[in-house]
Design a protein around this ligand. Sequence first.
Ligand code: HPA
Length: 279
Amino acid sequence: MNLMKKLEETRKYIEGRLEGRSPVIGLILGSGLGDMADAVEDAVIIDYHDIPHFPVSTVPGHKGRLVIGLLEGKTVLVMQGRFHYYEGYSMEDVVYPIRVMKMLGIRSLFLTNAAGCVNKAWKPGDLMIIEDHIKLVAENPLRGSNPDALGERFFDMTSAYDKKLVKTAEKAAEAKGIEIRKGVYMLFTGPSFETPAEIRFARTAGADAVGMSTVPESIAASHMRMHTLGISCLTNMAAGILDQPLNHEEVLETGERVKKTFSALVREIIRTWPEEMLC
Ligand code: HPA
C-alpha cells in the first residue's frame, strides 16, 4: 500500500478515537520525561499496537502509546515512547508518527531527548534548546520517491528549528528561573556510544550535543513545513571528556534528577506557545 493510503487509514483510526479533541501540538517525550504524559488531563490513550500501520516498539519496558488531551490548556498529542533508528526501524518508520500528526492537522512539533554533552563549558543536567543540527549519518527519511502531497522534493532546512519557538523557550526558561543553553545537536546512529575521537570531531564540527534521535523527526517536520522546537537534556559528558566510561545508568539517573525542572519548562513552553502556530 502506498504511504498516503496508509497515512489516511491511520488518521481515520485515530480521529475515530478522539471524541472531538483536536490536537494542536505534537510532543515527543524523550528518556526520563515519559511520566509527563500522566499530567495530560481528560486524556484519550491509544496503544501503538492498536493503530493501523504504526511501528511498534521493540524495547521491553518502553511504553508505546499516544496520549491526547489537555496540557496547560492546549490540546496536545503526546508520544510516550518514540522509535529509534538503532532499534532497526527504517528512517521512514521513525518519522511515520510525525506524518500522522500532520495528517491530523497538527502544525507544531515539540521534540525532547536525552543527549551527551560535547560542550566542555557545560555540565550534565543542563537543558539545551536545539538551534540547529548536524547529520552526517548517510540515511535520510526523505530518500526515495517524494510524497508530493506532504511537501516538496527539495526543501529548506534553514528554519528547521523555528526561531520564534527558540525565543518562546528562552522566555519560558527565564520565567521559571531555569538556566538554559542553546546549541547544535549532532546525530549518531547508536546504539554504541560515540568514541572519544568522534566526540572531538563533533566538537570541531560545531556540535554542542550528540544523540541518537530527533534529527529524522525534525527533517520530516521541515518537509511538511511544521514549526519545530527541540530541547535536549544533557545527561552525561560525551565520551572522552571525563576520565570514565559512559553508561546508560548515568543517562537515566540524570534524566531522573532534572525531570521536575524539565517538565516545568516543557509545560511553560506549551502554555506560551505562539497562537498563530496552533490553528
Ligand atoms: N551519546 C549519544 N546519545 C546519548 C548520549 C551520548 O553520550 N547520552 C544520552 N544520549
